[in-house]
Design a protein around this ligand. Sequence first.
Ligand code: 13P
Length: 253
Amino acid sequence: MANRKPYVGGNWKMNLHRGEAHALARQLRQTLTMADKVEVTVMPAFPYLIEVAEILKGSAIKVGAQDFYTQANGAFTGEVSLSMVKDCGCQVVLVGHSERRHVIGESDALINEKVLAALGAGLEVILAIGEKLDQREAGKTDSINAGQVCLGLAGVKAEQMAKVTLAYEPVWAIGTGKTATAADAQNAHLAIRKTVASLYGQTVADGVRIQYGGSCKPSNAKELFSQPDIDGGLIGGAALKAVDFKGIVEAAL
Ligand code: 13P
């Protein structure tokens, strides 16, 4: 059996102002003593990356960026480069989140460029995928996920997969209070792992972590995380309160 270290990400999205972000980072630093047994990354908004990374420096909690642009520098108004997010203390970047796909309008091609650029820059990548409600109802969950995995990872080499985590986030479950049942989530994760196996072979597929995201909270995390192919979670709303996030990290132990 594969021995995958559980991995929980806290995606703070466009939430928490400066003082709140500092306070949450301090609380997590004090209370997440199990972070050496579970990998933990928090992703604050850009303006607070440096300060949150400073607060978490020397702890087991990593800091990630929710987005970045693929180019190294230059005339890209409003964008932030990978070397800038690294400079701010980030080790991880999130790519392909459904809000970037469906609200901001990022294409699979751009998502793939971002994955390749981030890996090229030596960063860890969390690649998020997931189907919309109409796609689920049309029975297309697995084919949508497979397509997003194949397009997102195009050109990624097998040896780079050690730096890639996948996050299955069914769009209809994000921020809605509707969670996939543990059985539905497990089925989707297993199918995603099979897609990875078809691309890179079983050893890589057995090693890759697949997080579940979508209305994950302390009360449902344990059942989700106890599924054989669910290796932790990518958390939105419940990542904004230290006590809830801690409960979820503990559920991943
Ligand atoms: P919620 O946990 O708020 O549903 O958000 C999940 C998510 O999108 C994490 O990236």
